[in-house]
Design a protein around this ligand. Sequence first.
Ligand SMILES: NC(=O)c1ccc[n+]([C@@H]2O[C@H](COP(=O)([O-])OP(=O)(O)OC[C@H]3O[C@@H](n4cnc5c(N)ncnc54)[C@H](O)[C@@H]3O)[C@@H](O)[C@H]2O)c1
Length: 261
Amino acid sequence: MQLEGKVAVVTGGAEGIGRGFAVAFAEQGASVASLDVDAANNAETVRLVRAAGGEGLAVDCDVADRAQVRRAMNGVLERFGRIDILVNNAAVWVDTALTSGTYESQARAFRDSMDICALGSFHCALAAVPAMRAAGGGDILNVITEHVHEGHLITGLAPATGYDCAKWAQWRLTETWAVELKPHGIRVNALCMGATDSPMFRATHDSPAEIMPADIARAALHVLAHGPDGPTGQSYLFAASGTPRERGLREIAALAPGAGA
Ligand SMILES: NC(=O)c1ccc[n+]([C@@H]2O[C@H](COP(=O)([O-])OP(=O)(O)OC[C@H]3O[C@@H](n4cnc5c(N)ncnc54)[C@H](O)[C@@H]3O)[C@@H](O)[C@H]2O)c1
C-alpha cells in the first residue's frame, strides 16, 4: 500500500473534499488525523477511516487559532509518533462583497477567509514541519483552487474576494515553502481544481459538480507518489470547472508518476 506506516494530518476533514483525502489515505495504509471545528462530522470521518482499514484520530481544532493548532499537532504526535503528510484543506466560502452586509459583517467575513485558509495553513505548517524534519522529510499539500491560475480567475464575483485572496496567499506559501523546505526533504505542492461536489459547493450552486472528493483524493495520491525526489513548488491545475468529467479524470490520471504530466 502506498502510504503504509505514514501519518497524515488533514485539516477540514470532517466532510467534503477533506473527508475524501482522509478515507483515501487510510485505504492506502496511512494513519489519519482530521483537524476540524465540526466534531460530529469529524467523528463520522474517523469511523470511515477505520472502516477503510486505517487508524483515525478526530481533533477538535480551529486552524485559525495557533494555540489550538499546536495542541492538535502535539496530540497527533502523542498518538501516532510522527507526521509525514499535511494537507491544508480547511477553508470557508463567505460573502465578502463590499456592497452587501454591514461594515462589521463584511470585515469579519474577510478576516475569517484569511484566518482560516491562509493563516491556518501557516499555523499548521509551522507546527508540523519540526515533526517532518525529525522523520527525515514529508509532504505538504495545499488545497487551493483553479481561481489562482490565469484564465480561471473568477471576475465579477464580488463575494469571492476574501476566499480568492486567501487562496492567492496559499499559492505564494506553496512556492516559498518549497524552496525553504527542499533541503529538509519536505515537498510542498498545491492542488488547484475546479468545481467539486461538497457541502461548500452545494451551498453555492444549484446543480451538482461532476468531480467528486474521491477523484481529488486520487490526484493527491498521484502527487504524493512521486516520492522525495519528485516535483516541489507545483500548483497543479486539473479538472477545471466546465471540464467534462471524463476529461477531468484523464487530467487527474496524468498526475501519476510516469504518466507524462
Ligand atoms: N468544492 C469545490 O468546488 C472546491 C473547488 C476548488 C477548491 N476547493 C477547496 O477544497 C477545500 C475543501 O473544500 P470543500 O468544498 O470540501 O469545503 P467544505 O465546506 O465542504 O468543507 C470544509 C471543511 O473545513 C472545515 N473548517 C471550516 N473552518 C474551519 C476551521 N476554522 N478549522 C478547521 N476546520 C474548518 C469545515 O468544518 C468542513 O469540514 C477548500 O480549501 C476549498 O477552498 C473546493
